[in-house]
Design a protein around this ligand. Structure first.
Ligand SMILES: Cc1cc2nc3c(=O)[nH]c(=O)nc-3n(C[C@H](O)[C@H](O)[C@H](O)COP(=O)(O)O)c2cc1C
Length: 300
């Protein structure tokens, strides 16, 4: 008998698979392809205290081994999210992780305060988006800023706090340790790597924003290395992501030290990638006589 349950900050998940923020909407778009009750958690698209317009189009480009996006955290704001999306998500037997964003520490705190009494399970603080001019990655690449924003949000938060880390740094263990010291209950990694594509006939960048965030299978080895290094450097759980497309990818991250994993860009080419990954993990556990994922977590 296998037991796929895992827990983070005292919250129990039926299995270790969630969705990477921004690649699954609020779950509605995928409800016709997958049974949302199967997911360990749904991690929703970034929510800010007020609606954000996002960046100009084009803001998506296909590249070798993945994609670039410069969506810029377009979202309808916390009031809409609380009224429309939470009641929808609560119909399902899954946990809700809410990704939050802001341009300033005040904005991060305001959205956190709005969510204080909301019926959600965890917060995921996005300090690693490469597509916004203020806030975002500017916070997540500087240890002093990480301590300030994580400390302020942790103080305002009613739910456990996951901090989403940027891969666009020299040493991910330094920024991760800063987030842990400031009160993070867990870390998620990695957000996208900054990248670019040029249309040589138009002699212009393909993205209106010129640069964007690279995601998909090509970033998996980088993400896996970062999870492995960080798991050895911190004492809080890690949610691993970056190019995970199937159970084999997910198990690599768990062996590197991740407690949970997120499926992101893979949802766009295979809408059942999340549930396929869960079934594949169950099969691997049965075939390999693994009763609990703790037996293989961080064994590398
Ligand atoms: C279109 C798109 C939108 C994204 N939006 C967000 C977001 O709102 N907040 C966030 O923290 N990460 C966002 N991300 C980053 C993903 O959650 C994830 O960290 C990254 O894509 C790496 O995983 P993957 O290779 O499996 O996609 C977005 C990624 C994509 C492709």
């Amino acid at each position: 008998m296998i037991d796929t349950r895992v827990s983070i900050a005292g919250i129990e998940f039926k299995n270790p698979v969630t969705t990477a923020s921004g690649t699954f909407g609020s779950g509605r778009e995928f409800g016709e392809f997958v049974d949302l009750n199967r997911l360990g958690a749904i991690t929703v698209k970034g929510v800010a205290d007020k609606p954000w317009q996002g960046n100009d189009s084009p803001r998506i480009a296909e590249v070798y081994g993945g994609m670039l996006n410069s969506v810029g955290l377009q979202n309808p704001g916390a009031d809409y999210f609380i009224k429309e999306d939470i009641p929808f998500l609560r119909q399902f037997d899954t946990k809700i992780i809410v990704n939050i964003c802001g341009h300033t520490i005040d904005e991060y705190v305001r959205v956190t305060e709005k969510l204080r009494s909301a019926d959600i399970d965890l917060l995921e603080l996005n300090i690693s988006c490469p597509n916004v001019k203020e806030g975002g990655m500017a916070f997540g690449t500087d240890c002093k800023m990480i301590e300030k924003v994580v400390g302020a949000v942790k103080k305002a938060a009613a739910q456990p706090l996951i901090v989403k880390m940027s891969p666009n740094v020299t040493d991910i263990t330094e920024t991760s340790k800063a987030a842990e010291a400031a009160g993070a209950d867990a870390l998620s990694m990695i957000n996208t790597l900054t990248g670019m594509k040029i249309d040589i006939y138009r002699r212009k960048p393909v993205l209106a924003n010129k640069i964007g965030g690279m995601s998909g299978p090509a970033i998996k080895p980088v993400a896996l290395r970062m999870v492995w290094q960080t798991a050895k450097a911190v004492n809080i759980p890690i949610i691993g992501m970056g190019g995970i497309s199937d159970a084999e990818d997910a198990i690599e991250f768990i062996m590197a030290g991740a407690t949970m994993v997120s499926v992101g860009t893979a949802n766009f080419s295979n809408p059942t990638a999340t549930t396929d990954t869960i079934s594949g993990i169950e099969k691997f556990m049965e075939d390999q006589s693994i009763k609990n994922l703790a037996e293989i977590r961080g064994i590398i």
